[in-house]
Design a protein around this ligand. Structure first.
Ligand code: ATP
Ligand code: MG
Length: 367
């Protein structure tokens, strides 16, 4: 039993299946409090379509302040087709965009991990992905999605040109590389840095800054460099060669979607987005499943809660340093899958189909 002060956790379930899968996390929290002596100071609020319906805006300033004050945020998902007709400023999705922006969450962590029991769900051959466990660290607030100049210009002859610019500064590269090196030390101690230094100046600087930082502070970590196009090929050819991958916004966007399909199941994948530590050492962090609000299956009790549960396990590991508890949860998920329980999205022949709440209960039972 520990007697640490309660960790401040903000829970934002959101729309669609968000509240349904979050309910299963609450059961796990109750178990951690009862059986492991952990204590959480939890606040909850509405975001997305749920907040639009109640307050007329996708996220209130007050919720953003709560997120700032919390030790970590557990997010469900936002998106509700009932708001499709409204203008961009009233889209449910703005809730997550605003949170990322306001908390300056610059590093997106996406693990691609294959559970033994689901090895057949991958788009690749079982022998290629068995035991796969990689982590992609994507820079999220810089790069070509935000660089200037940008826009669409009309030329003298009436034709047009569209412009985007990839800009990366030394400090932007360093802070995301630091996240990757720190993560690698807790994993298999290997980082592969990905850019296109053969054709892009921003890539050249990326490689230089990562190499310098490595020599100065992380010489104990194995560092390799790879061109982004080769990396896409290697992720499909032999993904297990990687441990931690670190890359910019654009390449990270593409490579993390590619890597997620190596595991074959959207309903299984968690993610984390981290910001910079303040002067007191507090680091804002938001955890959410990769999947969206899945309006097509909302309200039916059939959503897979595992991505949300594993997002909570990541939160325990990275924000609260509850390593043992995070591992217990991950092992319980693996065991339940090994026992043949499956929600509809990962169902296959000969397995036992269960509902959202049955899957959650089985995981708590396994704990
Ligand atoms: P968004 O724009 O919010 O990402 P989307 O439509 O792109 O929404 P999802 O909401 O993730 O993507 O849904 C994609 C498909 O995957 C849908 O058919 C949905 O039902 C299914 N899906 C997503 N998450 C889950 C889950 N946890 N369990 C079962 N099925 C899921
Ligand atoms: Mg989507």
């Amino acid at each position: 039993m520990t007697s640490q002060p309660a960790k401040k956790l903000l829970i934002l379930p959101g729309d669609g299946i968000g509240p349904e899968v979050m309910q299963e996390v609450r059961h796990i929290i109750a178990w951690l409090e009862a059986k492991r002596g952990l204590s959480f100071a939890i606040t909850e609020d509405l975001v997305g379509g749920a907040s639009l319906a109640q307050y007329g805006e996708p996220i209130r300033d007050d919720v953003i302040e709560q997120a700032r004050a919390a030790d970590a945020v557990l997010f469900g998902s936002v998106g509700d087709p009932r708001w499709n007709h409204v203008g961009f400023e009233k889209r449910p999705e703005l809730a997550i965009l605003k949170l990322r922006q306001e908390l300056a969450l610059f590093a997106n962590l996406r693990p691609a991990k294959v559970f033994d029991a689901l090895v057949d769900a991958s788009t690749l051959k079982p022998d290629v992905v068995r035991g796969l466990d990689i982590m992609i660290v994507r820079e999220t607030v810089g790069g070509i999605y935000f660089g200037n100049p940008r826009g669409i210009e009309t030329l003298a002859d009436g034709s047009k040109r569209g412009i985007n610019t990839e800009v990366y500064t030394t400090s932007e590269i360093e802070r995301v590389a630091r996240v990757a090196f720190d993560l690698a030390r807790k994993r298999s101690n290997r980082v592969c840095s990905v850019e296109k230094c053969n054709v892009m100046e921003s890539g050249l600087l990326w490689k230089e800054v990562v190499t310098d930082l490595h020599a100065r502070e992380y010489a104990d970590v194995e560092l390799t460099h790879m061109l982004a196009d080769n990396c896409a090929m290697q992720l499909v050819r032999n993904p297990r060669q990687f441990d931690v991958l670190v890359t910019g916004n654009l390449f990270g966007d593409l490579l993390s979607d590619l890597a997620s399909m190596l595991t074959g199941s959207l309903g299984m994948l968690p993610s984390a987005t981290l910001g910079a530590a303040d002067s007191a050492g507090k680091c804002p962090a938001l955890y959410e499943p990769i999947h969206g609000s899945a309006p097509d299956i909302a309200g039916q009790g059939i959503a897979n809660p595992i991505a949300q549960i594993l997002s909570f396990a990541m939160l325990l590991r990275y924000s609260f340093d509850y390593q043992a508890e995070a591992q217990l949860i991950e092992e319980a998920v693996a065991a339940v899958l090994a026992n043949g329980l499956r929600t509809a999205d990962i169902m296959s022949e000969g397995k036992t189909r269960v509902s959202t709440s049955e899957m959650g209960a089985a995981i708590v039972n396994e704990l």
